[in-house]
Design a protein around this ligand. Structure first.
Ligand SMILES: [Zn+2]
Length: 326
């Protein structure tokens, strides 16, 4: 309970949270600003490191209709989690993710990011090499950590798109995706509604590349925990991103001022350079973060780590964990 209270109080101003429904009625005239500036939205610690940050122009345009948002990047010293201080509202999320990576999204994005071509957009959505490697990685992890993989009768991929990341070797099980976008799942995989999620006994729940986008990741994690029974496994996979840890984002303004030969012009240029760009990922998890999330006698962490996943002409780093409720 303490953690939930801390989580709620990390939003400023709090009364807007309580008045959410009222605000929704007035959404055209009221701007809802949710800032998480006081406490880590995962563990509630107030031991935070602050860096200047900004949302990239494409996101500002698509999510906020071009209105610039004040933003910071916080890193929690206790659980290693980093996050954007501005937490998008439900409406802003809906506006941004509507027809995600569709024609209009791609066109808008190419305007400010010329390298985001149609071909690149298609490759991101349908990279078969990466898909196969991610599936293989997960299957190997399950084999390594489970004594009897054939006991998995019911599998849920939460936010799992078409279900394309469920390993093919698990086709003997009933496979479901919970997906709000309305895409049709692949053959042999079924959609499940929010209400029906609770009517099933899940043996394995997957949640891959979802939590990095969510304004309230602990809400989603708590939903997933509530769907677990004794012995249910959960597999969480996220991108492992550390670009904001680069040296150039480390200097504070005070440190720059102290440098010799800092003319005002140079100083401003450098200061701007030190702003961390935030794209659509607003949450950055570390192993310590996930260990904190499952730091409870009810859960046993079976495997946790980072890994490079190849996508033919490069590799992307992921963070993963496999946990069982005991
Ligand atoms: Zn934390």
């Amino acid at each position: 309970m303490n953690r939930i209270i801390k989580f709620l109080t990390s939003f400023v101003p709090l009364e807007k949270w309580h008045n959410k429904q009222k605000d929704e009625l007035n959404s055209k005239i009221t701007e809802k600003n949710f800032y998480a500036e006081k406490a880590c939205i995962i563990c509630g610690s107030t031991d935070l490191i602050k860096k200047s940050a900004f949302f990239v122009p494409f996101l500002t345009k698509r999510m906020f209709n071009g209105k610039k948002k004040k933003n910071q990047l916080y890193t929690c010293k206790n659980c290693g989690f980093s996050y954007s201080s501005y937490r998008p509202t439900d409406e802003e999320m809906a506006q941004y993710y509507q027809n995600y990576r569709g024609t209009e999204y791609q066109r808008q994005r190419e305007e400010t990011e010329p390298s985001y071509t149609k071909e690149f957009n298609y490759m991101l959505g349908y990279n078969k090499v990466e898909e196969e490697n991610r599936k293989k990685n997960l299957y190997n992890l399950l084999i390594k950590n489970m004594s009897n993989i054939s006991a998995l009768k019911n599998i849920l991929d939460y936010g799992g798109d078409e279900g394309q990341f469920i390993p093919d070797e698990l086709s003997f099980a009933k496979r479901f995706v919970y997906e709000v976008s309305g895409v049709k799942p692949l053959e042999g995989i079924y959609n499940i509604s929010e209400e029906d999620l609770y009517t099933q006994h899940w043996d394995l729940i997957m949640c891959c590349h979802v939590l990095e986008h969510m304004p309230n990741p602990m809400d989603t994690i708590n939903i997933l925990k509530n769907l677990m029974h004794k012995n249910t496994y959960i597999y969480i996979e996220l991108p492992y991103e550390d670009y904001f840890e680069e040296e150039k984002y480390k200097l504070t303004l005070a440190e720059i001022i102290k440098r010799p030969k800092s003319t005002l012009k140079k100083l401003l240029k450098k200061e701007k350079f030190n702003y961390v760009p935030i794209h659509e990922h607003i949450n950055f998890f570390r192993e310590k973060t996930l260990m904190n999330v499952f730091n409870d006698k009810q859960y046993q962490i079976l495997d946790i780590g980072t890994k490079e996943i190849s996508y033919a002409y490069g590799a992307t780093k992921i963070i993963y964990c496999l946990v069982q409720k005991v």
